[in-house]
Design a binder for this molecule. Structure first.
Ligand code: SAM
Length: 280
């Protein structure tokens, strides 16, 4: 494991507004805005127990970014081990400095960081592989996504599960900007375009610290929107035995309630999020 550096300058971005300067920690704002690692880890444990009747040990987080999820997995139980994979050294360095360094030494040893392409051969084996926050949407060609799914299949242990999230809904075909207030800042999810011929869409995340100017395009995602049936077909093709859809429940006022249960029937709505769990 590479030794952590004491300082990382790359993740900070300065913006001038008249004479004031806002400095943001983009990965920390991202964490606060979109990540809920404890909920994800509880979901993985529940689903593994439900489908396999036992407990998973090795978790691999593909497209891990700052690998907050892997950190949460190894903290959760002393038997847990994790491997975090990402192609970009910048978020990995952030994760080493901000999350990995704070773990007790013995827990650090149970987390391996792997800088590389998820399409590379011989990825470390695991009981659960997760590709979250829709990161695999980066693969726009069916052959690329198939190669990735096949790689996951081959690197899973015998009773392994592959967990991926997916989103959709009529709103995803519109150019829209959603905005949510969080303590100290506002988070913007901006869909710049959607092309119905290719299903490609361009998204940005912007942040605005309270009392400061909005900082545009802190993260940009150039994706193809994959549908659940397309994904299931591909998973089936590369050898997965079964795939399950976990659909989110709805509150009285029509919002997602954060509780996902297995179903074979979805519900048309403006926007939805679901998990696909594939059994080796
Ligand atoms: C949307 S971020 C997701 C971060 C994290 N999974 C999360 O849930 O917040 C996508 C990540 O995928 C990484 N990535 C993109 N293509 C990749 C590839 N081919 N192999 C490995 N990582 C890749 C990027 O570097 C980026 O950190």
């Amino acid at each position: 494991m590479a030794k952590a550096k004491s300082k990382d300058k790359t993740i900070r971005r300065r913006v001038s507004k008249r004479n004031t300067k806002a400095v943001i920690d983009k990965y920390d704002l991202y964490r606060q805005a979109v990540q809920s690692p404890e909920t994800d880890v509880d979901f993985f444990k529940r689903v593994y127990k439900e489908l396999r009747g036992s407990s998973a040990e090795i978790f691999r987080e593909d497209f891990c970014g700052t690998f907050l999820l892997s950190t949460t997995w190894v903290k959760n139980r002393p038997q847990h081990k994790a491997v975090a994979v990402d192609i970009d050294p910048e978020p990995l360095e952030y994760g080493r400095n901000h999350y990995w360094q704070k773990l007790p030494v013995l827990t650090q040893k149970r987390l391996k960081i792997f800088e590389g392409d998820v399409l590379a051969s011989r990825l470390p084996e695991a009981d659960i592989v997760a590709a979250l926050n829709f990161s695999y949407f980066v693969f726009k060609k069916r052959s690329q996504l198939r190669a990735y799914f096949s790689n996951v299949f081959n690197s899973l242990r015998k009773k392994g599960l592959f967990v991926l999230d997916v989103f959709g809904g009529t709103q995803c075909t519109d150019a829209i900007e959603d905005k949510e207030k969080r303590p100290g800042f506002t988070y913007f999810w901006d869909q710049e375009s959607f092309d119905p011929v290719t299903n490609e869409a361009l998204f940005h995340i912007h942040f605005q610290l309270n009392g400061s100017k909005k900082i545009e395009n802190v993260f940009t995602y150039d994706w193809r929107m994959w549908s659940i049936p397309e994904l299931r077909d591909l998973l089936d093709e590369v050898g997965f035995k079964r795939t399950h859809i976990y659909w989110e429940g709805t509150t009285r006022n029509g919002q997602g309630d954060g509780k996902f249960s297995r179903t074979e029937q979805g519900e048309a709505c403006l926007s939805w999020i679901a998990y696909i769990v594939a059994e080796k």
